[in-house]
Design a protein around this ligand. Structure first.
Ligand code: G
Ligand code: G
Ligand code: MN
Ligand code: NA
Length: 248
């Protein structure tokens, strides 16, 4: 496929970049950023990750790209004057191949980022193929002091059993529920997930928060953190200089 071939060149030709989306506590203070990959294709312009990540996942390219994102995001965060956290998404492919725990360890050493400031986001699909192996790898990563967040929570098939299999550090409520706050089903589901977080002593972050009405609901329900356009869009980190403690 043409895109696959082009993607191969993307890293070395510096077409990949990372944008950062702020994550805030419920009072509005920014506590960290999620790193999100962007590809500026030389002729086709911006290609969304929903298109190119699946292509990368068909080959060993995802390993290479995943390493690049992790290293870049950790290097970036290590340079922030304020010690905010950085969240990096992991592809299931990175669990199957590659030596994920060794990679994380060496990137932390190389960049000097404090392990407590790194959060790795995984989806349930990571746990589906080889649960034993994924849990063992995640355990090694956690032992480094890195946190693991369950992304897109509520959209997979058996979220609750996974919460029993592995000690996650955070749950990210999928934006599809947040979008439908106001409909009774979504409100009830969000309430239940927040309650689950309380019971399991896990912080809950709501994704895709766009309106003050949604924020008001999440505040009322004692959600811990929020992420979404209301707090800030994914942007180059230079746009968030003030948040990371740099002079503008
Ligand atoms: O930023 P955006 O909403 O376009 O991201 C779309 C999807 O791409 C999300 O599911 C997000 O998790 C995924 N994605 C973005 N950056 C990365 C990355 O660096 N690695 C992986 N594996 N997925 C990413
Ligand atoms: O799957 P994951 O949660 O990693 O991906 C986050 C995706 O959600 C990114 O593509 C990001 O651009 C998008 N996103 C972040 N905040 C909002 C929001 O408030 N509204 C919408 N519609 N999308 C958002
Ligand atoms: Mn994510
Ligand atoms: Na998500």
């Amino acid at each position: 496929r043409a895109l696959q071939r082009d993607l191969q060149a993307a890293i070395s030709q510096q077409q990949l970049s990372i944008v950062y989306q702020p994550q805030a506590d419920i009072g509005g203070d920014v506590i960290g950023f999620e790193a999100l990959l962007r590809w500026n294709h030389p002729t086709r312009g911006n290609i969304p990750p929903s298109v190119f990540i699946p292509i990368a996942e068909e080959s060993s390219l995802m390993i290479e790209i995943g390493e690049w994102v992790l290293r870049e995001a950790c290097r970036e965060a290590a340079a922030w004057p304020r010690k905010l956290s950085v969240a990096v998404n992991l592809s299931p492919v990175q669990f199957k191949h590659g030596d994920l725990d060794r990679l994380v360890k060496s990137v932390l050493i190389e960049t000097g980022l404090e392990p407590e400031r790194l959060e790795l986001e995984i989806t349930e699909s990571v746990l589906i193929d080889d649960l034993e192996r994924a849990i063992s790898t995640l355990g090694h990563v956690k032992a480094l002091g890195v946190r693991i967040a369950m992304d897109d929570f509520g959209t997979g098939y058996s979220s609750l059993s996974y919460l029993q299999s592995f000690p996650f550090d955070k749950i990210k409520i999928d934006q599809s529920f947040v979008r439908n706050i106001g409909l009774s089903q979504s409100s009830a589901i969000i309430r239940a997930v927040i309650g689950l977080g309380r019971g399991l002593d896990l912080p809950i972050i709501a994704e895709g928060v766009e309106s003050t009405d949604q924020l008001a609901f999440l505040t009322r329900e004692s959600c811990d953190q929020v992420q979404g356009y209301l707090v800030g869009r994914p942007r180059p980190i230079s746009d968030y200089a003030k948040y990371v403690g740099r002079a503008e």
